[in-house]
Design a protein around this ligand. Structure first.
Ligand code: PRX
Length: 654
């Protein structure tokens, strides 16, 4: 959790920002009626949203069955997610509306209408059927940010095959483990993707992964970079060849799915080395992502151009690039590459080019832009922007105000949205037409959501700091951890009786505003990406030269947290910078670049309690250059002085 100094810094910025008059005049919600309605009957409230926002082929008979901690929403109801995201818009005469303005990093573009997307999805769904995929079979996806990625996801949804998307930045080993956990039969990938002008090889990683995945029968490869790839006869197929088969038609009726059928798995890091397959189902998930996308971003689908600048490989992309925006018939921008290619104004060039009205990104990106300076913004006309969103980590008030002032021109509300892979959709956030904003606060739980802060013992805290909990089920909540119901119960529902434990510290101010303070468990948040300390530790000790490793997240000005590894080498190994680099590379290979330690500090010993537990708190203090607190429980108090000396002498990777 953030230390008291950070918490205090939050309060130095004490301006408040009521909704601007111009915004209110066109906003969907300008007063508290929705909160009042949801307070009276939250199940009825969600049922109204489900009925208003989605088309159901069969009505539900029960809104919610709650057998703590297992929830079933809209029981008995049937719908198809791809029909809701595509066909119904086409049938309503909106087929010509652009679903995605896609821009590749090299500058190639594609505008895809709802009608075109529907047809491509239907055809690819037929391709999947041809490869033997049946309702309930899991399909893995490992792709760059190209249009075929949402096509693949929606094609799976169309035929009722749950997808499991693995972020393209993950390593072959990480991909292999996720495929094996899901026991997927098909993998959809690409030859590569563009990143800072270089082709990143995905197929080579996929090949390495699939060598260890007995369940994969077919690999579908999209051609993107035209790099060299090896195609395995009988197993590997080019996407364009499969789609060109004259037998593949656009005729593919969407499979009616039960509200509680699995829509997808998405793996996320927890406090152990094994990632968790978070399960999201059909009806409740789509209801909440459509609801939150509409009201948090105050969506006007006829006129808005919405851009969520996340990667679809993370939950933000699933919910707010694919499912929420498409369910609402929105026009989105989708961009393949990085913000600094070819120059640091790329995002602002895109905002100007597509006349983007709503932009959703992470504090890390905002802090990076702050560091680069406003000259990159000044090159472009950003006057189309109406609303800005933030997600993924606590936003410090300075970054909030910079975003508001320099990107939003001082006229756009900033919505700071708190949620998690597990919650599926936004939970705590302003409604921009009615909520007064405080920079750094995600403000209040949305209508229909119950959130409270509790102390160590689980007593409710009305003003002050503690742990964030959710007090009742919500439609897009995870339905479990794939294959491990006990871990689901243990991780989220055992710490406080009857409450979901989010793993975040939070503080309530005297006006009831929520201030999220970061993780309180062994999960780090690096550039808005979740990384488990234990996962990095086990990658390190997997290296033959390492005897012991402890990993902590230390505060970092740009990335929120940075990964600092303390490593004890086996006898005879040399503790030099080259060895540090080799270990960093090893972690990248085991997990992916998001998990690469910024610093590797070699030490002869780690600070341990007398019972042998590593004291990470002390290591965090060392990493953040703080005075050490109480060290009396240490078995050998001199160890930390030595570690501090070594840490100060260790160069840090930029
Ligand atoms: O610590 C919280 C932080 O990100 C965690 C969830 O990470 P993940 O499942 O990867 O999902 C990220 C995108 C939804 C949370 O436990 N977090 C997310 N949003 C915020 C946040 N912390 C503070 N403020 C936020 N707005």
């Amino acid at each position: 959790m953030a230390d008291p100094a950070t918490i205090e810094a939050y309060y130095l910025e004490n301006r408040t920002f009521p909704p601007p008059e111009w915004f209110k005049q066109q906003a969907l919600v300008v007063d508290t009626w929705m909160y009042d309605q949801a307070d009276q009957d939250y199940e009825g409230f969600w049922a109204r949203q489900a009925a208003d926002l989605l088309d159901w082929s069969k009505d539900w008979h029960t809104i919610l069955e709650w057998d703590l901690p297992f929830a079933r929403w809209f029981v008995g109801g049937q719908l198809n997610v791809s029909a809701n995201c595509l066909d119904r818009h086409v049938e309503a005469g909106r087929g010509d509306r652009i679903a995605y303005h896609w821009e590749g990093e090299p500058g190639d573009t594609r505008a895809i209408t709802y009608a075109e997307l529907r047809d491509e999805v239907a055809r690819f769904a037929n391709v999947l059927k041809g490869l033997g995929v049946r309702k309930g079979d899991r399909v893995n996806i490992y792709m760059p940010m190209i249009p075929e990625l949402p096509v693949a996801m929606l094609a799976c949804a169309r035929i009722g095959a749950p997808h499991s998307v693995v972020f393209g930045g993950f390593s072959a080993e990480a991909l292999r483990d996720r495929i094996n956990d899901a026991e997927a039969t098909v993998l959809i990938t690409a030859d590569g993707g563009w990143r800072r002008g270089k082709a990143v090889a995905l197929k080579a990683n996929a090949d390495e992964a699939v060598a260890g995945t007995p369940t994969i029968k077919h690999v579908v490869v999209v051609r993107r970079t035209e790099g060299d790839v090896t195609m395995v006869e009988g197993r590997d197929h080019w996407y364009h060849d499969l789609m060109a088969d004259p037998a593949i038609t656009v005729d593919c009726p969407p499979e009616p799915m039960d509200a509680e059928d699995l829509l997808y798995l998405l793996y996320t890091s927890g406090t152990t080395a094994k990632p968790k397959g978070i399960m999201h189902t059909t009806g409740g998930y789509l209801t909440q992502v459509a609801f939150t996308h509409k009201y948090v971003f105050d969506l006007h689908p006829d006129t808005d151009v919405y851009w969520c600048a996340a990667d679809i490989g993370w939950v933000t992309g699933h919910s707010y690039i694919v499912y929420g925006p498409l369910a609402n018939g929105a026009t989105s921008v989708m961009y393949e590459g990085t913000p600094d290619h070819p120059d640091k104004d790329r995002w602002w060039a895109l905002v100007e080019k597509f006349r983007v009205t709503k932009l959703y990104t992470a504090p890390t990106a905002i802090r990076t832009f702050m560091k680069w300076g406003t000259q990159y913004l000044d090159r472009h006309d950003l006057s189309s922007l109406k609303l800005l969103g933030s997600v993924g980590e606590p936003i410090n008030p300075e970054a909030w105000v910079w975003y508001w002032e320099h990107v939003g021109g001082g006229r756009c509300p900033v919505v700071d949205t708190w949620w998690q892979t597990e919650t599926g959709g936004i939970m705590i956030s302003p409604l921009p037409g009615c909520t007064t904003l405080k920079p750094g606060s995600a403000t209040f739980p949305l209508p229909g959501i119950g959130a409270e802060v509790v102390d160590d013992k689980g007593n409710r805290v009305k003003v002050g700091g503690g742990y964030l909990t959710l007090t009742r089920p919500w439609p897009s909540m995870l339905r479990g951890i794939y294959g491990d119901p006990e871990r689901y119960r243990q991780t989220y529902w055992s710490r406080y009786e009857g409450r979901y434990f989010a793993g975040d510290g939070a503080k309530l101010d005297d006006e009831g505003f929520f201030w999220l303070l970061g993780r309180v468990d062994d999960v780090m948040n690096v550039s808005g990406h979740r990384v488990s300390t234990t996962e990095v530790e086990s990658a390190l000790v997997d290296h033959p030269s390492v005897a012991e490793a402890a990993v902590v997240g230390a505060r970092d000005e740009t990335t929120g947290q940075a990964i600092i590894a303390f490593v004890t080498l086996k006898g005879g190994e040399t503790a030099d910078p080259a060895h540090g680099e080799a270990l960093r590379r090893h972690v990248t290979k085991k997990i992916g670049p998001t998990a690469r330690p910024k610093t590797v500090v070699f030490t002869d010993d780690l600070p341990k309690t007398r019972s042998g537990k590593i004291m990470r708190r002390l290591l965090r203090d060392v990493a953040e250059g703080r005075d050490l607190g109480d060290t009396t429980t240490l078995a050998d108090a001199t160890v930390v002085d030595e570690i501090r000396r070594r840490a100060e002498a260790t160069p840090t990777e930029e």
